[in-house]
Design a protein around this ligand. Sequence first.
Ligand code: ATP
Ligand code: MG
Length: 331
Amino acid sequence: VKKVFSGIQPTGNLHLGNYFGAVKRWIDLQNSNYDVTYCIVDLHSITLPQKPLELKENILRICATLLACGIDPQKSTLFLQSSVREHSELCWILSCNTTMARLTHLPQYKEKSEKMKEIPLGLYLYPVLQAADIMLHKANLVPVGEDQIQHIQLAQSLTKNFNHRFGPTFPTCEPMISEDLSSRIKSLRDPTKKMSKSDPDPKSCVMLTDSPDQITSKIKKAVTDFTSAVTFDPQNRQGVANLLTIHSLASNKSIEQICDESQRLDTGQYKFKVAEAIIEHFNPIRLKIDDYLKNPDYLWSILDIGNEKAQEVAEKTMNEIILLFLFLGGG
Ligand code: ATP
Ligand code: MG
């Protein structure tokens, strides 16, 4: 059975990009024949400043959201990264095998540090911690959005180097990225950028927790262009293509069918259709999130169970690695 691993940061509520690019596929994999582990990566989120209480809230919020979306703790291991110390330990070992040159050009680091005067070292190391996450759990498959490809490639080369030096220890991991545009949902305010939880402009994202009114208002204000017809042209009409993509994913209709049905509408009128489809798909999920959030003790108990399972796997891998070092170091 192939092992699937993926993570999500507790940096706020989930948005449509997180859902279609990652979480929806996590659930499909959970319900197929895979051994799946999903991680709330709080150590990743502290690469940028976090307020402790807010971070705690956000951990619960992500946990509630994942359950509401369909993660089943009986089938998936769902755990909190910081509760398993081995993630940091393996990160250190791997960082000693990574060059600075390899990390400098990675796009997430470049984007997130662009406007900073003092760049935290952790932000730079982020992809190495991500490689540690994947390798510690000996994952074969990593379902992520397109923005993570280069990070997975780093994990692949660290795996290769490690196995080459110390013998076959880790399986090679493959990123799982969908072919369609679901792996790159764009910001509603700037369709050249990806939708991001940490985007300071709340109008750039539709959150899974947004009310119907908020959804309608955000979609109404989505940046499109000066052509009024509803056509799918991701090269030249990124804003409209993004709305069509979201609409198609939320409604399970093909983009072609939607364009057909929207022939008489201009993009302004069409936006209401998009909002309707999003509301219909996500309203039940939103209500479930609210319900789960009323019961934080239950959410912590789910994480406790997952933490224990993940801890077992992590210890086993670290023991294996430490033996290799002792043998080589002493030998
Ligand atoms: P942050 O801005 O804090 O980095 P984020 O929105 O990028 O938040 P992450 O927690 O970093 O979210 O990523 C979680 C998963 O969601 C990853 O697999 C990532 O590739 C995927 N993802 C993030 N944004 C998008 C997007 N716009 N379209 C598709 N997938 C996405
Ligand atoms: Mg991100």
